[in-house]
Design a protein around this ligand. Structure first.
Ligand code: DX5
Ligand code: ZN
Length: 219
């Protein structure tokens, strides 16, 4: 399966989102990654529904929404109404994760579960079959442009084994510090979906940078 690329809008130019969405539309990006932060679950506030609703109208790619907020279950219906394809919630933010995943599915979206770098991958053992995607955070969530945490490679291998043992088709997404050096290693380790913010939007030629990520195959 070719690598799925989901550029993170967090590193776009918010004063000219239309230009950046035109770039995304022209590119080989598969999805658009949207980072919602509440200033409580993570020490930063990003953007919310009004911005994503506007972007939805000018972006041709499916929205891959990553909620870094407490009690994300409060927004399942709203996220579906907005037209998101994927709703990813944090394991650490959901007391009733099984119920939340089912709510996301009932609303017609794909369900992702995100893990902070310090949360053992094994915590997902009883959830893996229900989730469409697991997002391994490769930085502490909250900001773009941070350094990749190396243990993500080992965590990807562990998760890959767990998914194979469960016999499910759950995708593995990695988010944070994905660039020309880390992306090939992640794809080799079994990552299906690469999120990339500053590396893509800060590149001299973002369309070409997306194509390069897209063409990565496991060695
Ligand atoms: C971080 C966000 C990421 C962020 C990644 O909390 O979840 O999606 O945009 O940015 P880069 O690719 O610059 O590390
Ligand atoms: Zn993210």
């Amino acid at each position: 399966m070719p690598t799925i690329v989901s550029p993170s809008m967090l590193s776009a130019n918010f004063a000219n989102l239309r230009a950046d969405m035109d770039m995304i539309n022209r590119s080989e990006a598969d999805w658009l990654h949207c980072d919602v932060m509440d200033g409580t679950f993570v020490p930063n506030i990003s953007f919310g529904f009004p911005v994503m609703e506007a972007v939805r109208k000018i972006c041709d790619k499916p929205l891959d929404v990553h909620f870094m907020i407490t009690q994300p279950e409060r927004y399942v219906t709203r996220t579906a109404k907005m037209g998101a394809m994927m709703m990813t919630v944090h394991y650490e933010a959901c007391v009733h994760l099984n119920r939340t995943i089912h709510q996301i599915h009932e609303e017609g979206m794909r369900a992702g579960v995100a893990l902070n770098p310090s949360t053992p991958v094994a915590m997902l053992e009883d959830v893996i079959e229900d989730a469409d995607m697991v997002l391994l955070m490769s930085v502490n969530p909250g900001f773009g442009g941070q350094k990749f945490i190396e243990s993500t490679i080992r965590r990807t291998h562990t998760l890959r084994r767990m998914i194979a043992e469960s016999g499910s088709n759950t995708l593995i997404q990695v988010d944070g510090g994905v660039n020309g050096e880390t992306a090939p290693r992640l794809v080799d380790a079994g990552v299906d979906v690469l999120v990339s913010g500053s590396y893509v939007f800060g590149a001299p030629n973002p369309v070409e940078t997306i194509s390069k990520l897209k063409s990565l195959l496991p060695a």
